[in-house]
Design a protein around this ligand. Sequence first.
Ligand code: UDP
Length: 141
Amino acid sequence: MAIERTLSIIKPDGLKKHVIGKIISRFEEKGLTPVAIRLQQLSQKEAEGFYAVHSARGFFKDLVAFMISGPVVLMVLEGENAVLANRDLMGATDPKKAEKGTIRADFADSIDANTVHGSDSLENAKNEIAYFFRETETQKY
Ligand code: UDP
């Protein structure tokens, strides 16, 4: 199995619900180690750039507005098969369809406010990590 890195974001609803710790515990318990963490208020430009792939979709404007409605937690998670392992922990995009015990099933209210983002491929993970973090901001322990 390969050691990978993936980008995780705890979205504004997760912060407003005060479940940062619970979510990070789930990552750590499954061997996903945060090697960089930052609390940040995204600007509109940053959120639009991050979700540029969705810019033609009907939900884009609302998605950007939601992502800047409060601060987020940006994290680089490292571990075996981190990209897929994180997606498994997150659950389906729509929390109503997410499996019991996943982060979205347990904490998310709706497809718009779905508590976490996670890179969906290794290639996207590399680009998304580089969008927010310099290599020197990641730590080894
Ligand atoms: N999204 C939405 N409405 C939709 C589909 C997606 O609001 O019908 C939002 C949702 O917050 C999702 C994000 O857009 O997390 C990115 O969509 P994607 O399909 O990449 O889902 P994800 O990878 O986050 O599960």
